[in-house]
Design a protein around this ligand. Structure first.
Ligand code: PLP
Length: 402
């Protein structure tokens, strides 16, 4: 009998053999090559070898962000990159526009408020992406251009809804508004196409632990020349650790002004090499296929998706609602206890109402069908009303039989 404390009030009651299934929407599974790449001794981060590691990370990240701009790499979680985005170009009292698409937009908004920014928020029902037209209307009304930045989450990990970033940029252009466009691509980068330069994004923030298949601990920024110029023009918040100025030199030399997370950078370079070998379009198609298979399973179970807009389905995560009167957290607890699989929990106002299946990063077809099998068995074991056959339906789709 193993009594290991695990999340919530659930404890593993008996030994479960085999590998743990990590199906959270980040952190994600590490490819063996990434684990091996990190199994090295640390080196002197100011010595001759390190510059090449840093420069490789910068140039590889440019290929996933699709940018020629400046890259920021910080030893932090994604939340740090949110802060870096805000404090470099915005000062207390500056107005920002944000769409409330889910828990992560909520947390970014909360951070903006804590920094004294004047936040205009557009509500959604947490079942779709941001409404680009509504954002454009607010910008068109802002004739004095008091709004300094527009903040959007590309893939709302809490709801599994995407926002069309090109549409947001088009709405900003239609309103001829000069605000900076800031995008949280934390759970979309390397899962869905992302075009920092072509979409006219000024600041993109990302993290290592999701589509990039690296452990948590690195955050990234892609920064346009316009955003860099705004940061240099001054008037922004006080900042030190998160300051962008040292990044410009750092991008050239590969050295950092502090001790970098050397081991994670080894992993990052290997992970992006793997994504490049597979081909990013193939990586995105794989994520789409797995997301579709997961939705097919949910539909066959007779369960409702949290994302109510088919055009906004996220490729890396699927949030599924449990019927009213039932507990998604209890279901996750049963699945963890009985089948040793971790799923994402419902966050914020949909806590206990949804469970989230992460299908991003390093995942094979059999791992996905295994995860779906764990969910279907869990639904039965937890007494959640559902129809059988979700896994069969997903298997038929994945085998190409329909
Ligand atoms: N934004 C999104 C869309 C996320 O999914 C997350 C984490 O899951 C965050 C921000 C916060 O990132 P972190 O937990 O790495 O600080």
């Amino acid at each position: 009998m193993l009594q290991a404390p695990v999340e919530g009030s659930f404890v593993m009651s008996e030994f479960v053999s085999g590998r743990h299934f990590l199906n959270t929407p980040g952190p994600t599974n590490l490819p063996e090559r990434v684990v091996q790449a990190m199994s090295r001794h640390t080196i002197n981060h100011r010595g001759p070898e390190f510059g090449a590691v840093g420069r490789e990370a910068v140039s590889r990240l440019k290929t996933v962000f699709n940018t020629q701009g400046t890259i920021g790499i910080f030893p932090s979680s994604g939340t740090g990159a949110w802060e870096s985005a805000l404090v470099n170009v915005l000062a207390p009292g500056d107005r920002v526009l944000i769409s409330r698409t889910g828990q992560f937009s909520h947390l970014w908004e909360q951070m903006a408020t804590r920094f004294g920014l004047d936040v205009i928020a557009l509500d959604t029902d947490w079942r779709r992406g941001a409404d680009a037209t509504a954002m454009g209307d607010v910008l068109a009304e802002d004739r004095e251009h008091r709004i300094k930045a527009v903040l959007v989450v590309h893939s709302e990990t809490s709801t599994s809804c995407m926002t069309d970033i090109a549409a947001v940029r088009a709405a900003m252009n239609r309103a001829s508004h000069p605000a900076l466009l800031m995008v949280d691509a934390i759970s979309s980068l390397a899962c869905a196409p992302y075009e920092h330069d072509a979409w006219g994004v000024d600041v993109t923030v990302a993290g290592s632990q999701k589509g990039l298949m690296v452990p948590p601990g690195l955050s990234f920024l892609a920064i346009s020349d316009k955003a860099l110029a705004a940061a240099r023009a001054g008037g922004a918040s006080r900042r030190s650790y998160w300051d962008w100025e040292p990044l410009v030199k750092s991008n050239q030399t590969g050295f950092f002004p502090y001790t970098p997370a050397i081991t994670l950078l080894y992993g990052l370079n290997e992970a992006i090499a793997m994504l490049t070998e597979e081909g990013l379009p193939n990586v995105f198609a794989r994520h789409d296929r797995y997301a579709q298979a997961t939705r097919i399973a949910a539909q066959a179970w007779g369960l409702e998706l949290q994302c109510a807009d088919p055009a906004a389905y996220a490729p890396g995560v699927t949030a599924i609602r449990v019927p009213d009167g039932h507990s998604a957290d209890k279901l996750r607890g049963v699945i963890l206890d009985r089948f040793d699989m971790s799923l994402g929990n419902g966050l914020g106002r949909i806590e206990d109402k949804v469970f989230r299946i992460g299908h991003m990063g390093d995942l094979g077809v059999l791992s996905l069908t295994g995860a779906l099998t764990g969910v279907e068995m869990g639904l039965r074991a937890a007494g959640i009303p559902h129809k059988e056959g979700g896994v069969q339906a997903a298997m038929r789709f994945l085998a190409g039989a329909n």
